[in-house]
Ligand binder design. Sequence first.
Ligand code: TYD
Length: 207
Amino acid sequence: MKGKFVTFEGCEGVGKSRQIKLLCEYMDKNGISYYITREPGGSEISEQIRNVILDGKNSAMTDECEALLYAAARAQLLTEVIEPRLSSGELVFCDRYIDSSLAYQGYARGLGEEFVSAINSFAIKNFTPDCTVFLKLSPEAAFKRKGGVDTSDRVELSGMDFHNRVYEGYLRLAEKHADRFCVIDASGTKEETHQKIVAALKERGII
Ligand code: TYD
């Protein structure tokens, strides 16, 4: 893998999409090239899988089915989009990746890290991020700032206990993979958080 691979993680409503947008604007302004994609989705087939996973009508979906669909969408995205770009030396940003599965399916849904790691190691081969930017903000603080829950989104409807477990899962992952996790305190203003992300990526020689 010649390029650099950076993933972005966080609980619902922490401002991840906003921060990724600000970072992309920064990159454009400074003439630094990159490729941005997202999970679940990022390729035609993976976007179709995304629609199935996030559809509020699919409330009968089992946890196992959900975990396998996320891994399937990831396998397609990796082979079709991420791997060729990294091989040709590009900088790739991905909005969520394997740590989302470990936190949401492994910890919060209770499937366990071992099972989720196993299906995902098959999906992502050895493509581990060089850096995982984790926006740290508790679900209570995030939902308060966001002004409530999106009732058309099956995942957001899962309840506060679920989101607290996701948060707990992320904290454990950040501790376990301290070498690649870059923990950013997201409780300040958007501009403060943005500056912290830029500084962290510079410090690691990514940008
Ligand atoms: P999205 O609308 O993209 O949310 P966000 O802006 O918070 O990233 O929806 C993605 C949802 O899918 C989000 O609730 C997290 C969840 N998810 C998992 O549970 N496991 C995964 O592996 C991934 C990639 C996402």
